[in-house]
Design a protein around this ligand. Structure first.
Ligand SMILES: Nc1ncnc2c1ncn2[C@@H]1O[C@H](COP(=O)(O)OP(=O)(O)OP(=O)(O)O)[C@@H](O)[C@H]1O
Ligand SMILES: [Mg+2]
Length: 533
């Protein structure tokens, strides 16, 4: 491939065979060398478009140039369960180029031989290493920093910077986009005329610069829309006045026909009206107003407006349990249970605000020190809002698994795991199908309030990873949970959905333990912090 080749997708329309409506009609976007960030709400079609760019899906209309078959392209998928096609080749490849990639991403020697047991962050790194190892002309990364901690994110950024071809990265990670990308292609839903359409806006620069341009564009469009609205209102006013004049003239004419020949005043009024009305003129100018008004309304409709979003709080219909403790775990049991999950040593720090409390842990597990005798090693109260953080491999998922097993049996607990796969999708859609109408409408309302599109979900029935996370969260709502245990719920969520979820959790009346690498999110939702190391 020539150095300066640009990949272009022109006027693409695509409909999934099982879906009742097109996912997008007539979208165009181009990808020159360098990194372009692809952004947009969950389920809007980012992954689908990239699969079209790779030649793995055929559009209904439109074309991709150069032909994807003529390029070496590699794709690093969004989900972690997809084993790279070239994993065996990678395992035996000790060439200097591949060694450099291994070093850059910190790939363990045994990783290619145990893909199924890798942690989320490790699997992501190995997928990326395999994608880079084929030296592709086009490298497509679908949400590469989901599941990873700050240190791994730094490594991924370095690896991306070392690549010189056409790079396309789908991401909701502002820090990553700002660090690497020089262009942003943003999927948006716009209300044009009377329908919602998907469009792609392209901006030069990283996320921060793209936002500045997009804000300026929005302001310009809103000023123009207001001007055109005012013009429509003015023309409506003028037309109204002209209509009244035509009616007055007609009334005068009718009156004229009926005037008593001896009523001189009425005769004068009629003649006066004839002289001033230019009645044919009044009707004509009224008719002209119709044309001008139609044109002005068409111009107004032509200015697209961002589709409405829900910005309310999710109705998380949970409640606080009356029990004093929902989970009560002593140090010894916890240590044993963690060890059964393969976590032999861990340290757990607990804080309310900036104040440490409870005990801290030693390398062989948790123990109580200054608070000896003040209660169990771990206890979760009915309204505790706990944010759990810690680097990859520190044992967050294991801790959540252990705690989920030890929830008091009388507590209604909703637990959502980190890994999601095609089976989870099928199960979630089947659960939705089984719900009564009333429950299903509670779920779909909450789905919409999390910035999801229930119509698209119901029409496609194959939730995207972000849609699946939201659906799993919402499916638990009708049971009025008292405790939520969520493992990395913001992975895959678009920026607006993440904000909506943060608002919902903040207002949740019961208790939760939420593990996340997203420092903004953890800080926003929790009153108690647990940090594992
Ligand atoms: N095989 C399929 N059949 C029918 N509909 C599908 C299929 N795969 C995906 N969809 C639907 O197409 C839409 C777009 O999916 P896609 O995975 O491209 O979204 P996305 O923008 O990548 O979302 P996310 O941010 O969650 O990854 C979604 O509404 C999804 O439900
Ligand atoms: Mg996707």
């Amino acid at each position: 491939m020539a150095h300066d080749t640009t990949m272009t997708l022109s006027t693409i329309q695509f409909t999934y065979p099982t879906s009742t409506r097109a996912l997008f009609c007539d979208v165009s976007v181009s990808f020159p060398p360098g990194w372009t960030a692809v952004m947009g709400d969950n389920g809007i079609g980012k992954t689908t478009l990239l699969r079209i760019a790779l030649g793995r899906l055929n559009p209904d209309h439109g074309e991709v140039t150069p032909d994807p078959g003529s390029l070496v392209a590699s794709y690093c998928p969004q989900t972690m369960d997809a084993e790279p096609d070239n994993l065996d080749d990678f395992a035996d490849d000790w060439s200097p180029g591949t060694l450099a990639i291994r070093r850059l991403l910190g790939i363990g020697q045994d990783w290619p031989y145990r893909f199924g047991t890798l942690s989320g962050g490790e699997a992501k790194r190995l997928q990326l290493a395999c994608a880079l190892a084929v030296r592709p002309d086009v490298l497509i990364l679908d949400e590469p920093t989901n599941h990873v901690d700050a240190e791994v994110r730094g490594r991924i950024i370095d690896a991306m910077r070392s690549y010189g071809g056409i790079g396309i990265v789908v991401s909701h990670d502002v820090e990553l986009i700002d660090a690497v990308c020089t262009r942003c292609a943003v999927f948006v839903r716009r209300h044009v005329g009377s329908c919602n359409v998907t469009e792609i806006d392209t901006y030069r620069g990283n996320y921060t610069q793209a936002c500045e341009q997009s804000d300026a564009d929005d302001l310009r469009a809103s000023t123009e829309r207001n001007e055109r609205r005012r013009e429509v209102a003015r023309l409506e006013d003028v037309r109204e006045q002209r209509l009244r004049r035509v009616l007055r003239v007609n009334a005068a004419k009718r009156q004229g026909r009926l005037v008593d020949p001896h009523d001189h005043d009425a005769r004068d009024r009629r003649n006066g009206a004839k002289a001033t009305s230019r009645d044919g003129g009044a009707s004509r100018s009224y008719a002209q107003m119709d044309g001008r008004l139609r044109r002005a309304r068409r111009d107004l409709d032509g200015i697209a407006e961002a589709s409405k979003r829900y910005d309310g709080d999710v109705w998380f219909a949970g409640e606080a349990s009356h029990r004093r403790e929902l989970i009560h775990e002593d140090a010894c049991n916890l240590r044993r249970a963690m060890s059964e999950c393969g976590v032999e040593s861990f340290r757990l720090h607990r804080h309310i605000g900036s104040v440490a409390f409870g005990g801290h842990t030693s390398d062989d597990g948790i123990h109580e020190d200054e608070d000896r005798g003040r209660g169990p090693a771990l206890s979760v109260g009915p309204r505790d809002h706990i944010g759990l953080s810690g680097p990859n491999g520190s044992g967050k998922t294991s801790l959540l698994t252990v705690l989920a097993r030890h929830v008091d049996p009388g507590v209604r607990c909703m637990s959502i795991a980190q890994r999601t796969c095609a089976d989870d999708s099928r199960r979630a859609v089947a659960r939705l199908d089984e719900l009564s109408r009333e429950r299903s409408s509670i779920v779909l309302q909450a789905f919409a309030e999390l910035n999801g599109d229930p119509e698209r979900l119901l029409s496609g029935r194959h939730p995207s990873p972000g849609e699946l996370t939201k659906l799993e969260l919402c499916l638990g709502i009708p049971d009025r949970p008292q405790l939520l245990i969520l493992d990395e719920p913001t992975n895959h969520l678009d920026l607006h959905s993440k904000q909506a979820l943060a608002r919902a959790l903040e207002a949740f009346p019961g208790a939760f333990i939420v593990a996340s690498h997203d420092e903004w999110f953890v800080r926003r939702i929790s009153t108690i912090r647990w940090t594992l190391e």
